[in-house]
Design a protein around this ligand. Sequence first.
Ligand code: NAG
Ligand code: NAG
Length: 449
Amino acid sequence: MKSFISLFLLFVLFSNVAAMVCPRGFSVVNNQKCLRVFSNKLKHLEAEIDCSYLGGTLVTVKTAIDNRGVANLASMSGATQVWIGMFCYPTGNTTTCYHDDNSGPLTYTSFAAGNPLYEGNGGCVYMSTSGKTSGQWFSAPCEVIGMPFVCEVPPTVYDATCTRNYNGYCYMPSHEMDIDTANTDYAKAQATCQDNGANLVSIHSKPEIDYIRAIYQSSSITRVYLGAQAFLPDTFDWQDGTQYDYDYTDPLATTKGDCLMMDLSKKDNNGMWSEISCTNIEYFLCKKKLVEPTAAPVVTTAGTMNTSPAAGDVEQKEVEKVNPKFHRVRSALPHRQELLDFSNCNTTIYMAPGVITSFGYPNTKPPATYCTWNVATLGPYRVGIYFTDFSVYNAVNVYDEYGNLITTAAYNKNPFQVLGTSNIVKITHDSRYDAIYSYTGFSATILPY
Ligand SMILES: *[C@@H]1O[C@H](CO)[C@@H](O)[C@H](O)[C@H]1NC(C)=O
Ligand SMILES: *[C@@H]1O[C@H](CO)[C@@H](O)[C@H](O)[C@H]1NC(C)=O
C-alpha cells in the first residue's frame, strides 16, 4: 500500500511539471508561452487578424529569455524577420510602445540603435532572427512590408474530448452539440449547457471575442445567447458567477431585454453584444472549465481517493457575491483629464475603449474652440467610433493615420458609426458656430474592432 501511495504521489508531482499545455499546432516555449510561426508573408494587420482568429495576438516579448526563445523558434522555421506584438505611438516628440496583450507600455526592450522610429506609419515592430542583429527589434511601416509572424495564444488544459479548447475552457456551440434543438430560449439553453457540465458563455477579453467570432465564421448562424442576465435595468451579471470585468456592448444598440446576445453577422465589426428578450429562440454557446490535471487524484489519509472535482463544483467556487451597488456598470468610463472637461480634446493619444465628446459637452451652449482627438487602439485592432449623440454646425472630420478623410458629418444626426482603417484615427471639430445656431455637440464611444 505504501509504495502504491508514493507511486501515486510521483505521478501527481510529474503532472504538476507537465501541466503547461498548448493548443494543437502551437509549441511550448520556455515552459510558459504557446507560440506558432507562420511563414507566409503578411502585412501587419493581416497577421494580427490571423492571430486573432486563433484567440491570440502577435507574440508579446517581455524578457530576454522570451526574446531568445522567439528568435530561435522563428529562425528554425526559416524566417529571418518576424512581426512581433507591439505598436509604437507618437506621443509628443517621442514614441511610446505598447504590448498587443493590453499589458501596457514595454518594461523590457531590445530595439536596435536608432529604433523605435515613428515616421507617419512606422509604428509596427519586427524582430530580426538571423545574423548579427538576431533578437533585435526594428520599426517598420505596418501596411507596406509583408513578412512572417509569430502568434501567441494562452496556454490551456488538455482534454481529449474537447474540440474547441481555448484558455482552459471548452467551447461548445449548440449547433455542434448532440442535442435535439440547437436553438431555444435562454432558460432551456442554460439548462442544456448545465446538462453538459457547462454554462452559457461568459466573455472576459477581446481575444476571447475573436476566438468566438472564428467559431462561427463559416457557419450561417448570425447571433447567439451569452450567459448574462440583467439584475437591474441595463446592468448584467454573468450567470457562471465570474466577474463582469469586460464589456463589448454595441454602443448603437437600441433593443431592450434581460438577456444578451452576441452579433455574429458577416460584418467587420461583428462580435458586439446587445440586449434581447430571454424568451427569444436563439442559438447558444456553452463554455466548460477544463480541470487541471494537477487537481486530479489526491490520496487522503484514510486511503480513499478523491477524484477531481466536477466542472460544476469548480465554477461554483468562483462565484463572488457582489452587492449590486458596487457592481461595475457596463458603460465605459471616459478617461478623465481634469474635473471640468471630459471631452479629451487635444489629448496626445487617447487609447480605446472609452468616450470622447465635443468640448464642454453636455453643456447645451458649447464653448467656441478647435479640438483634435488622436484616438488609438492596441496594435491588433482597428478603431471603431460610435457617435451616440450628434449635433454640430461645422463638420466633424475623421481622418485615417495618413491624413486621408474617412468621413465628414455635420448638423443633427441619428447615432452612427465610423470604422477606422487602422489602429489610429484623428478627429477634428471647430465648435465656434455650435452655440450660435443651437447645436449641442457630440459624444462618441470608441471601441476596438
Ligand atoms: C521633448 O519634449 C520635452 C518636453 O515636452 C523636452 O524637454 C525635450 O527636450 C524634447 N526633446 C526633443 C528631442 O525635442
Ligand atoms: C486645442 O488645440 C488647438 C490648436 O493647438 C487650440 O487652438 C485650442 O484652443 C485647443 N483647445 C482646447 C480646448 O484646449
